[in-house]
Design a binder for this molecule. Structure first.
Ligand code: DQA
Length: 158
C-alpha cells in the first residue's frame, strides 16, 4: 500500500518560518517522520512539495489514476494557504475521487478568521489539525486504516 504526501506553498520554509507557530522541524524532518510512520504500518510513501497550485492539481490527478489502479491508498495533503483559497484543489479532489486527508500543523481555527474557511474540508476523507508535525503520522494512520476497512473497489471495466 502506498501513500502520497503533498505539501503546498511555503512549507519548504519549515524550520525557519514562524517557529512559534510551526515549530522548528524542517520539511526534511516531516518527510522522514512520514517515511517512518508509513514503514511502521508496512506502507510506502512518496513526498512532494510545491509552491505552485497547478502542479498540486496535476499531482492530485496522477494520484487519482494511481488510486483507481489500486496502487495508492490516498493522499496526505497540507495545502498551506491554498486551503483557504483554492477552488481548483477542491475540484481536483472531488473530480478524481482520491481519498485525501487534510493536515494542518497549526490549529487554523484558533488563528485569523481567513484561515477558518477550508475549500478542502468538504471533499476530504478526514482532517487533522493542530497536532504539529505529528499530524502527518496521524493522517497516515487514518489513511491506512481507511484503506484496510473500506469495501474493495470493483475491478475496472474492460
Ligand atoms: C498551514 C496553515 C495555513 O493557514 C498556512 O497558510 C500554512 C500552513 C498549517 O500547516 O498549519 O501555510 O497549512
Amino acid at each position: 500500500m502506498n501513500i502520497l504526501v503533498l505539501n503546498g506553498p511555503n512549507l519548504n520554509l519549515l524550520g525557519t518560518r514562524e517557529p512559534a507557530v510551526y515549530g522548528s522541524a524542517t520539511l526534511a524532518d516531516v518527510e522522514a517522520l512520514c517515511r517512518s510512520a508509513a514503514a511502521a504500518l508496512g506502507a510506502g510513501v512518496q513526498c512532494r512539495q510545491s509552491n505552485h497550485e497547478g502542479e498540486l492539481v496535476q499531482w492530485l490527478h496522477e494520484a487519482g489514476a494511481e488510486h483507481r489502479a489500486g496502487r495508492l491508498a490516498g493522499v496526505v495533503f497540507n495545502a498551506g494557504a491554498y486551503t483557504h483559497t483554492s477552488v481548483a484543489l477542491h475540484d481536483a479532489i472531488k473530480g478524481t475521487g482520491v481519498p485525501v486527508v487534510e493536515v494542518h500543523i497549526s490549529n487554523v481555527h484558533a488563528r485569523e478568521a481567513f484561515r477558518h474557511r477550508s475549500y478542502l474540508s468538504p471533499v476530504a476523507a478526514g482532517i487533522v489539525v493542530g497536532f504539529g508535525i505529528e499530524g502527518y503520522r496521524l493522517a497516515i494512520q487514518g489513511l491506512v486504516h481507511k484503506a484496510a476497512h473500506d469495501a474493495p473497489r470493483p475491478p475496472a471495466a474492460g
